[in-house]
Design a protein around this ligand. Sequence first.
Ligand SMILES: NC(=O)c1ccc[n+]([C@@H]2O[C@H](COP(=O)([O-])OP(=O)(O)OC[C@H]3O[C@@H](n4cnc5c(N)ncnc54)[C@H](OP(=O)(O)O)[C@@H]3O)[C@@H](O)[C@H]2O)c1
Length: 306
Amino acid sequence: MRILLTGCCGQLGQELRSRLMPLGHLFATDHQTPASDRKIFPLDLTERGSMLRILDKINPDIIVNTAAWTGVDTAETNKQKAHQINVVAPHRMAEWAAANNSLLFHYSTDYVFGGDSKKPWQETDSTVPVSEYGQSKLAGEEAIINSGCQYIILRTSWVYSSHSKNFVRTMLQLAERRKELQVVDDQLGCPTMAANVADVTVQIIQQLNAVEDPKLAGIYHYTDNKALSWCGFAERIFTKAVSIGLLKKAPDILPVDSSVFQSPASRPAYSVLNCKKITANFGVRQRSFEQALDVCLAEILSNQER
Ligand SMILES: NC(=O)c1ccc[n+]([C@@H]2O[C@H](COP(=O)([O-])OP(=O)(O)OC[C@H]3O[C@@H](n4cnc5c(N)ncnc54)[C@H](OP(=O)(O)O)[C@@H]3O)[C@@H](O)[C@H]2O)c1
């Protein structure tokens, strides 16, 4: 099996790279390739010609597309660039996949939903994004679906890992410098470790490979198993970080409304995803949030000790 991975230096891409390698011939790509790693090939998704050339040359059975414009606030002022990467590029990949009988494995977000719910969003619920980022990710989904290719679109939420830029690492950095931290308490979602999304991806690819049932293609939700506010998430990070000696003292957390931060993009108040379909179709069960956060913090500690 030939696999093309995009965005392999990103949060999810890094976790996928090692997990996809044993499945076949992996071509890992990103638009900025580190000089230290010559096994990463340059691929900028905004360059149509080079993208099609690489697709034709590699002729992948599966395209795993983690590359995206993921800055929620910066997307508000970079609409065109976000559109190029989150809509136009996946559309081109999907058209290539449809013409070449390839599978497109793509990622989307809880931010396609509006937030005015009290029960976990199902894959079939109406989407009403409240930000440019959410809008661009939704338009990317629609472009893939309309292309007629075989696809899996995996929506996930609040992704973190022991590397890259994310909420866990930002909170730990702020906790080193501040005695008190204001954290948003009026948005509810499910923090999800990137490694778990990568494991789920591999689980699905292996099953699709074995069964080849086109009916299994479609949109799926996966998150780890606990719904929290950002404030609740920060509290768990600090408690656990102190208990393993990663942090000397937890700062005091001051719960605030999102209006206090006046960020450029709006975010949904409620973005918990219902993950029953992925369990029914692929036997994927939601992993434990508590265990995932323990693993992530232990990795951060061990990286610091090296
Ligand atoms: N992070 C979250 O909380 C979250 C939540 C829900 C869904 N998702 C979705 O999950 C997927 C993976 O997210 P992530 O957290 O792994 O994102 P990430 O860490 O930002 O990784 C995205 C990767 O894509 C690369 N990239 C950006 N522009 C590119 C271009 N023009 N051509 C090729 N590569 C390009 C980025 O490089 P640079 O870093 O150099 O820009 C980065 O390596 C995305 O589809 C995202 O929308 C993420």
